[in-house]
Design a protein around this ligand. Structure first.
Ligand code: GLV
Ligand code: MN
Ligand code: MN
Ligand code: MN
Length: 398
């Protein structure tokens, strides 16, 4: 089947019929359906399927062993996300394996397709949780204790999906087997539109992190409480949102976003008792923590002025990544000199890059929009990407 054909099979899973976007969150019902779909399709290709101790699924072509060529991506999404971010890499991996099988390719190294758990951090807050656990870049106790909006822990959710939380953590034996890791992904900006090309090789990923700002004040009656008597955490939260934009604008190439803000209890005629907001900050090089420190100072001052308290917690951080030089150059050669592109988006490949030679392929997104229902890829570009991936796997595993 083509990569578009695989995507077509899952086009309805987790889709919002009104707005069109996808909400598929780690181990929830839609993502669970996608996991089952993946296992079924991988078995259909004769692959050996296993779920690792961290909830990532591996489908092996050839006996699992060292020097494996591993490709894949994720099936979870952001809330209201697009159809391609994640699933395109998984569908393309399945299509590439099938194409190689059909042409009678005999690999000298094992090939594996992997589906990583909780790449977006859309449910438990920390992105790339499956690959961070695998590589030991997050404390398993911290991962187990992460809670979703309903208070369900990652450990509880993973257990329901058949993963033993007690075994979560670094998986050196598995990591040792990965000779090369290559993730195909829809492009999340306009790079390929501007270049007029369908496919690119990834060069770098910008440092990025997430911080939670918890403001607390005095919940009270909206009508009976005079303005001067309030400690309304919504005020410092609002000041923080504008400070994020103002302070980030002063840092070259910085991106900083507040995409989620939760007042509790959240009533129109209720002064909130707490407001939590989440900051996503990304600055190339070493600049992210400094920018967040400035934002935290502004948030503290605003909290003090309103008589509120503030607690700032770092939820995740990863530094700049440059993908493996040799792999990038080899990909450029095999694929006939396709362009290289940097990205401000995070990926499991960037986590793995700290441990094994890793690289990425991007497929043109004609809207230039991502983490939105408008994210798109033309069928011809999807096929160009899957073919590029097949060529790369063939060269790497021969
Ligand atoms: C994930 O897609 C991210 O970069 O936030
Ligand atoms: Mn994403
Ligand atoms: Mn992604
Ligand atoms: Mn991502």
């Amino acid at each position: 089947m083509t990569a578009s054909g695989f995507l077509e099979e899952i086009a309805d899973v987790g889709r919002d019929p009104q707005r069109g976007g996808y909400s598929r969150h780690a181990f929830d019902a839609p993502e669970y359906d996608l996991r089952e779909w993946f296992v079924d399709r991988a078995l259909g290709l004769g692959l050996d399927v296993e779920t690792d101790r961290n909830g990532n699924i591996w489908a092996w072509w050839g006996p699992p062993g060292r020097n494996a060529v591993v490709t894949g991506s994720h099936l979870d999404s952001v809330p209201g996300g697009g159809a391609f971010d994640g699933p395109l890499g998984v569908a393309s991996a399945l299509a590439a394996v099938e194409a190689l099988q059909e042409k009678g390719f005999r690999a000298r190294r094992p090939i594996a397709v992997v589906v990583f758990a909780e790449e977006e951090g859309g449910r438990f807050g920390v992105p790339c949780l499956g690959s961070r656990l695998l590589t030991g870049t997050i404390d398993p106790d911290k991962a187990r204790g992460l809670r979703d909006a309903d208070g369900v822990t990652f450990a509880e959710a993973a257990k329901k999906a058949g993963v033993d939380p007690a075994r979560m953590g670094p998986d050196e034996e598995r990591l040792d087997k990965i000779g090369r890791f290559l993730e195909l992904h829809v492009e999340q900006g306009r790079g390929l539109i501007d270049l007029g090309a369908p496919v690119a090789v990834g060069s770098t990923v910008i440092a990025h992190g997430r911080w939670r700002f918890s403001f607390s004040g005095q919940g009270n009656h909206a009508g009976a409480t005079l303005l001067g008597d309030r400690a309304d955490p919504m005020l410092p939260a609002a000041a923080t949102v504008t400070a994020v934009r103002r302070l980030a604008a002063g840092v070259p190439d910085a991106r900083a976003t507040v995409g989620r803000l939760v007042p509790t209890p959240g009533g129109t005629n209720v002064i909130a008792s707490t407001v939590d907001l989440w900051l996503d900050a990304r600055v190339p090089g070493e600049g992210t923590p400094g920018l967040v420190a400035e934002i935290s100072q502004a948030a503290s001052a605003a909290a003090r002025e309103e008589g509120c308290q503030l607690q700032v917690t770092r939820e995740s951080y990863s530094g700049d990544v440059v993908f493996d030089d040799a792999l990038r150059h080899a990909l450029g050669g095999w694929l006939g000199g396709v362009p290289e592109l940097p990205t401000g988006a995070g990926h499991d490949a960037a986590i793995l890059a700290g441990f094994v030679p890793a690289g990425m392929l991007y497929v043109r997104n004609p809207t230039g929009i991502s983490h939105s229902p408008e994210e798109f890829a033309e069928a011809a570009d999807v096929e160009a990407g899957a073919q590029a991936l097949a060529t790369a796997l063939e060269q790497l595993a021969r």
